[in-house]
Design a protein around this ligand. Structure first.
Ligand SMILES: Cc1ncc(COP(=O)(O)O)c(C=O)c1O
Length: 308
């Protein structure tokens, strides 16, 4: 595909990136009224695609966006987008917006939702070097919302808090920014989940801390158990985090990345710790296992399935 523009799926059609457009009256743009997923394809396997689709449909249910696709159709459309672009490794963005409506926020003015799928060969955030050396972070003054439907439990198109927090990291010269929840407990990074290793135990905040229920987080929790480690989902104070032995982040965009300094304080010895390194290697192995996702050559082509 060298030199060729990526093809973007919009409502059943493929358009070149330059022509992939939605209306300025789409409530996704006007109100952040929509839901999305970030997914990765590794070596022809769309990693944990069914889990992403399940989370996506949960978000659609809560936001009451009715798409004319069932989950299998959606799996199909995602896979077809990767195939049409001839990618084996790609970052995939799946979006459903409320659709075109009038200028009032009443969602009932939007006749039908829009389904958009993009795929591009985007390398993991922070790059390979970060996996070996680790990244720095600050703790944001912004707090994740209470668990009342507007937290990142719902992966909606409203990421403004994370964007503002990212500016704090940029201003401070840090790579990452961690958010606390409304109680002051550790929640998550602006676009990834957080883990802490303390005295050999792997810990991560619970869903009560306003986190996105990360697909990578779930897999890493299980992976840590498979590696024989004790694992806890529990409240974590910022003090505990700063005085822990190891911290790392997990997410589809970044994968697993060690955090070696927070608020100017070295985490452990200020270098990636042994358990983080072990988990990074195990996670990379996992992403290449066909059983961990949907192999793109095993999915029935879109035309055949949706030729209704
Ligand atoms: C706010 C937030 N938290 C956590 C994550 C990690 O989730 P996942 O592992 O499903 O990519 C993301 C990823 O997009 C995110 O945006």
């Amino acid at each position: 595909m060298a030199g060729k523009e990526p093809l973007v799926y919009i409502d059943g059609e493929f358009r070149s990136k330059g022509n992939a457009k939605v209306s300025v009256y789409d409530h996704g743009l006007l109100y952040g009224d929509g839901v999305f997923e970030g997914i990765r394809c590794y070596n022809g396997i769309v990693f944990r695609l069914r889990e992403h689709i399940d989370r996506f449909y949960e978000g659609l249910k809560v936001t009451r966006i009715n798409v004319p696709y069932n989950k299998e159709d959606m799996v199909n459309a995602v896979v077809e987008t990767v195939k049409r672009n001839s990618y084996t490794d790609a970052y995939i963005r799946l979006i459903v917006t409320r659709g075109r409506g009038n200028l009032g926020l009443d969602p009932r003015s939007c006749a039908r939702p829009s389904i958009i799928i993009m795929a591009e060969p985007v390398a993991p955030a922070h790059g390979k070097e970060a996996r070996e050396k680790g990244v720095t972070a600050i703790i944001s003054g912004y707090r994740r919302d209470m668990v009342d439907g507007t937290t990142h439990e719902l992966k909606s198109l409203n990421y403004i808090q994370s964007v503002l927090a990212k500016f704090q990291a940029i201003d401070a010269g840090a790579d990452e920014v961690l958010m606390l929840d409304h109680r002051g407990m550790v929640s998550e990074f602006h676009g990834s989940n957080v883990f802490m290793v303390k005295r050999g135990v792997v810990n991560t905040p619970t869903s009560a801390a306003g986190i996105l229920h990360g697909i990578t987080r779930m897999r890493v929790l299980k992976l840590a158990e498979e590696l024989g480690h004790e694992v806890h989902e529990r409240d974590i104070t910022p003090y505990e985090l700063l005085t822990s032995d190891e911290v790392f982040l997990t997410g589809t965009m970044a994968e697993v990345v060690p955090v070696v300094r927070m608020n100017g304080v070295a985490i452990g010895d200020g270098v990636p710790g042994p358990m983080t390194k072990e988990i990074i290697i195990a996670f990379q192995r996992t992403t290449r296992n066909p059983k961990e996702g949907v192999p793109i050559d095993q999915v029935v082509p879109l035309q055949t399935r949706t030729g209704k």
